[in-house]
Design a protein around this ligand. Sequence first.
Ligand code: ZN
Ligand code: ZN
Length: 638
Amino acid sequence: MIKIKLKDNSILEVEKGTTILEVAKKISEGLARNATCGEINGEIKDLRYEINEDSELVIHTFSKEDIEGKKAYWHTTSHIMAQAVKRLFPNVKFAIGPSIDNGFYYDFDVEKPFTDEDKLKIEEEMKKIIKEDIKIERFTLPKKEALELMKDEPYKQELINELPEGEEISFYKQGDFTDLCAGPHLLSTGKVKKVKILSSSGAYWRGNEKNKMLQRIYAISFPKASELEEYLNLIEEAKKRDHRKLGKELDLFLFDETAPGMAYWLPKGFKLMNILIDFWRKEHEKRGYQEFSGPQLNSSELWKTSGHWDHYKEDMFVLTDSDGKEQALKPMNCPNAIKVFQSKMRSYKDLPLRFNDIDVIHRNEKSGQLNGLFRVRMFRQDDSHNFITEEQIGEEIKDIIGIAKYLYGIFGLDFELTLSTRPDDYMGDISLWNKAEENLKEVLDELCGKDNYRINEGDGAFYGPKIDIKMKDCLGREWQMGTVQVDFQLPLRFNMSYIDKDGEKKTPILIHRALFGSFERFIGIMTEHFAGAFPTWLSPVQVKILPITDNEFEYSREIKERLEKEGIRVELDERNEKTGYKIREAQLEKVPYMLVIGPKEVESKLVAVRSRKNGDEGAIKVEDFIEKIKKEVEEKIK
Ligand SMILES: [Zn+2]
Ligand SMILES: [Zn+2]
């Protein structure tokens, strides 16, 4: 008998050679039915895997939080898609077909791009293969025989040739279709239930434009029809909310081909950004942050000291100045914050010193990777560099996470923290690392609760541990947002110091932190999160006044002036259009409030309020309306 330690720490004794599936059955029929793969001592295996020694076992299923479980399910579906394509297009050559965050794709070498009709046929064929419930089998071959088996598949041959000598190469076979694959896979095609082809596009073999263009099909699958439907609704909704589309419709920003990856902020969009910056600025000032601004260009000397020249030059815009000196546009603010620190002799009494800045920074991103406001070449990070003593790590991190919690709360965003710890190629003093990691864990235990954050062992930067902040928007999509990075190395590279209690020079510790990530990206995400209907405090235009005829112009202008005096952002629509039309336009602009002014309002000295949230709210006094808006802005009501 061998001992199997399960996820809940309980121990199950089973015969040697018991498969993962059999263990699942012993736990419950339901688990066995839903299981997609297992993890033996941290290694992902098929359900057919026989356990021969005492082991720890996690059984994965297709469920929201179970990434491995979904991967096995989706990857199995990618083989089903490949088999379907083979049946319909016998001359196809196969490249790769991995699972991704949402579903999977497969790259095919075919004569022409797939048409919509082709895709429908492929989906139908996939459904047939699922119905046939073909057994999926695994076998291994030595390299030579593997190459022989794949003799008509040049891409597979290329992959096999890259595998180390002497390794047994695994294949998965389902009926007449065999694929080179490391697994894991479900045990038969019938385990997959609902499939949907989503889209197709050209894709270069290995992402390299010098290689052949292949045809990629994206698809997804689910155990239940309701889950598929929910997913399809979600992508429909996400399309409607696409910030590139809304940015244009709401007049917020634009991109021009003469400046790829660099947004033009139109007046309304820039208003929104400035409101966000004001808010951010005030919140940081309250918490002892000091804002500075530094140069855009620094000579290569600075970037050599910081290490960017050796490790990051590809991503920087480099140019030569009139003295023939090499200069680079800053891709990050850290070295300039260090220069500010070094402008004076610093004492332990000065620390922590928190230098934040929102200077524009530039990164030479590949044009193929640019994506609206999500991936840009020019942006403003909500950056800060906090310089602290060793003893202050815990407190400072706690403080930073506290700010993040407050800021995200304002937008109604849930977030999750991930701690990344010391990698193998770390630099610096191991005892300092241990102490810092211990401090970070204590803080996270306290702020999130012991098991309410993730730990990525060994995933920290070489210069220090870090905490990544992921947010979830209202569609449940996850976004990598802020990051808090402890850095033991950069202060050493710049020979930074402060005078400690004992009069000795010491090196401070640096924390790099950005909570929104960048204002550009954050506005992109918020545009989608709110579907363009920003809360009143953030709306570039808060109120639109709509006089019914020109008889009400004078009174309307009076109201406009009164609101403006109170700091309310207001527009007056004096166009000669029907009121219904003006209302519809203001609705499309997603303005939180409209004031419709007719003869009755002029006479009674009231305003008829229409809100984005509740529609017609009736006529009230102007001062009451002002108070209502001010309260909403003050409390940042969502
Ligand atoms: Zn596979
Ligand atoms: Zn930095």
